[in-house]
Design a protein around this ligand. Structure first.
Ligand code: AMP
Length: 219
């Protein structure tokens, strides 16, 4: 099973991808996570990407296509994967198509998790993660059971993404509408595009996603 999660930043793609990864044994491939790891490691790619990411703009197609080409060629990706945050431009979608065709495989579903812009700022600016295990939380929608303590690992240090500031969110939304939304028709034409209402509670979105994954229903 190979899935693409599409939708605006802060729409819940990462949260849902983590849930599907656990339940179906798929590898979660997030170009955002890979780029943040490159920035943290101080690699050449990280140095090139940092300022662009901090400004809420898109890193160049060459860089992200190269990262994904390497990653989907690794053995763990052979059992199936969930792409989260890639492709983000028509050029990336076309490059992915070529990569998969060369391997004789394709995409089973490209799922748009649809959330209107007016809900995005609150969703993004409230989110934070456990610095130890990476579990995701939100000031309003998903607080830890005990304030200041991670439910998953008991960690007490949390971090917020540098690009989750209100000032940067609008640039990220602009990039989404101008550069990423145009790939929706690309997957629609292939007959693999599904749409989910991303404003529903997290568990309901997961339920709809699972229905799609299990072929029980298409939306
Ligand atoms: P994300 O974690 O998916 O929200 O990505 C964070 C940031 O990483 C984005 O705002 C972009 O600057 C960069 N990024 C992630 N994935 C891509 C991609 N496929 N193409 C271009 N830039 C990307």
């Amino acid at each position: 099973m190979r899935l693409i999660l599409l939708g605006p930043p802060g729409g819940g793609k990462g949260t849902q991808a983590k849930r599907l990864q656990d339940d179906y044994g798929l590898v979660h491939l997030s170009t955002g996570d890979m780029l943040r790891a490159a920035v943290a490691s101080g690699s050449e790619i990280g140095k090139k990407a940092k300022a662009v990411m901090d400004a809420g703009k898109l890193v160049s197609d060459d860089i992200v296509i190269g990262i994904i080409a390497d990653r989907i060629g690794q053995p763990d990706a052979a059992k199936g994967f969930i792409l989260d945050g890639f492709p983000r431009t028509v050029a990336q979608a076309e490059a992915l198509d070529v990569m998969l065709r060369e391997r004789g495989i394709g995409i089973d579903a490209a799922i748009e998790v649809r959330v209107p812009d007016n809900m995005i700022v609150e969703r993004i600016t409230g989110r934070f993660t456990c610095a130890k295990c990476g579990a995701g939380y939100h000031d309003k929608f998903q607080r830890p059971k005990v304030d200041g303590v991670c439910d998953s690992c008991g960690g007490t240090e949390f971090s917020r993404r540098a690009d989750d500031k209100a000032e940067t969110v609008q640039s990220r939304l602009d990039a989404y509408h101008a550069q990423t939304a145009p790939i929706l028709p690309f997957y629609e034409k292939k007959g693999v595009l599904k749409v989910i209402d991303g404003t529903l509670p997290i568990a309901d979105v997961t339920k709809r996603l699972k229905e799609i994954v299990e072929g029980a229903s298409v939306g």
